[in-house]
Design a protein around this ligand. Structure first.
Ligand code: FMN
Length: 131
């Protein structure tokens, strides 16, 4: 069984409300538990960033659905890597509010990350220790 981690940043659609985000979270928690997927969703001003962990086929199938989701656009993958073990094993999907990281999310969305190290650092900064 091959475990992978996928980390992306996207631009939130203009009409998305707080309620919409709660609905996304509810769907995610239910579906992810069933598919043995784990991860975290960060929300900044205008941007989502999400990390998903699980079996590569399950992550790929979900990413295909997420890319088509009209509640955000321009899903930009920052990191996609095989992993030995999960970092967010306790969460089917958690949400962290990171308005303080909006500028970093915007930069990563516009320009990507120069290398994997930067991507990993951004992921840790966003998701590892919620404020
Ligand atoms: C930012 C964002 C993150 C999402 N994360 C998940 C997730 O972790 N798990 C999930 O099942 N759906 C997630 N969704 C919802 C999916 O895009 C999709 O609506 C859901 O899987 C149902 O797919 P379907 O309508 O094609 O059946 C997310 C959507 C957005 C906009």
């Amino acid at each position: 069984m091959m475990l992978v981690r996928h980390f992306y940043v996207s631009q939130i659609a203009g009409d998305v409300t707080e309620v919409d985000v709660q609905v996304i979270l509810g769907t995610a928690q239910m579906t992810n538990r069933r598919l043995d997927l784990t991860g975290m969703l960060a929300q900044g001003e205008g941007y989502f960033a999400q990390v998903l962990e699980g079996r590569s086929v399950a992550v790929a199938a979900l990413m295909a659905r997420i890319r088509r989701d009209p509640r955000h656009r321009d899903v930009r993958t920052l990191l996609e890597e095989p992993i030995q073990r999960r970092q967010f094993a306790r969460w089917a999907m958690g949400l962290v509010q990171r308005d303080d990281m909006s500028a970093a999310m915007r930069d990563a969305h516009r320009h990507g990350c120069p290398d994997e190290l930067h991507a990993r650092r951004l992921m840790q900064a966003l998701l590892d220790s919620p404020p």
